[in-house]
Write a protein that binds this ligand. Sequence first.
Ligand code: SF4
Ligand code: SF4
Length: 505
Amino acid sequence: MSNEHDDTKAGDANDQLEPAGGGDRREVDALGLDNPARRKFLTRTAVGGGAALAGLAAGYGAIEYSVQGRPSKNYPEIDEAIFKPKDQRDVVLTFANSKALNEKHPERNEQYNRLQKKEFDFVAGFRDMYAKPWDNNKPGYTQMDRALQLAGWHPLGVAGSRKSANLQPNTPLHSWDQSDVEEEQYKFDDKQAASDAIKSAARVFGAVKCGIARQDKRWDYDPLYDLETNQELSWEEDFPFKPKSVIVMLTPQDYDCVATAPAWTADGTYGAGYTQMGIQADQMAKFLRAMGYHAVSAGNDLGSSVPYAIMAGLGEGARNGTLIAPLVGPRIRICKVYTDFDFVEYDQPHTWGITDFCLSCGKCAEACPADAIPLPSDKNGGYGFEPSYEFSDEPGYTWNNHHGIKKFYSDAKKCYNFWVENGGGCGACIASCTFNEPDFWHHKFILGITPASPKPLHALMAQMHPAFGYGHTNDPAKAEKFWKTGEGMRVNSSMKNNIGTSNKS
Ligand code: SF4
Ligand code: SF4
């Protein structure tokens, strides 16, 4: 009854409070604004709420600032006595796809099989990989999973650029042909405007991040190698122009699909990622040629993608051999565009404390089914100028590593061997990574505090990651779950998969 009374009183007082456009007076009355004590309470609440909101905004601002990272002067650290340009023929994917190189280096196969106690045929590997029969009673290895795998890669094959994944240069999407370079060159007002324009275009082409580095001979394969003709290619004699800049773009991969690793399902998003980056890189190269500058796009070919992405300020090198980019982690593909356009503001390496974090973590190494990644307990924590994994002291065993750069070294031969046995890619080291998380706000917070937090806390954070349900691999339930994450795609209220996660795993 008292409420009835209050309502009656409020009716008189609130004549002045009624909004100009009319409205339901009862809603205003319900606030009790006629009551001085109530008004005081609401005022204090508003002031307190405002302060809390301001605090949250400041905190969020600090997190956003930390997502930018800090410029790093420490990358790269090079041991000049050991370092030399990387010969493309010494990259496992090129070697494994060349009968000629296998015949030239029988000692590599012999040594690997003797030390690993295997009968593994590098050059027959890719042929065998996709020949494995499916099993519809084995989640992640069914006909549907195989279909997703094949479909992911299919457009790249149709375009004639499937071999770019194995570093084959000059394929149709990454053609060296420069006959369509416009005669008139578009002129930018200043370097910042040029960089902004290139990155705006990158977003339209589907990149989640884009940075620009100077061309750097240290990261280019030299000599290049044509897998089809078994010929060396020279930057000076064969490449169509002298490159000055390398535009680096990141393509996201689906969180829920990667979570199924090492099942065939995950290969669906790896193949789709390769396809997307092939198209994206081709579009960026065409954009530059249409503005009157020479440009050639690349997938895995031409140069080592991870150091170029680090030089372009996009992330840091990680224990699992990938680039870890803030907010997307290692769940990305990297493509590049070489151009002679150099009127740009170049990016520079940044740090978020990620490489440092890897020294105390090691979840990727624990998850690796091939034992191809060094553990923190290994010599130097697996970090240094030379590989330190099993058999790395054996002369010739580390022919595939780029010696002389301070980084984590893994055994890509064992990794490739597992792909063949598995019948598809793997990526357990991506799925299990502490930085492979959906883009939730609390993950931004963790990224924000990582550089300032002590090392023991890093180890604890790595342990907490699985405790919160992230990062466990080799789980058939993940594949079953993945095939249900399409529910809600018509509405897609979160739009989360625009950075590669449906938010459902
Ligand atoms: S892809 Fe798989 S096998 Fe290769 S390094 Fe990563 S976890 Fe190991
Ligand atoms: S799992 Fe840990 S050690 Fe491995 S790459 Fe990710 S953060 Fe680094």
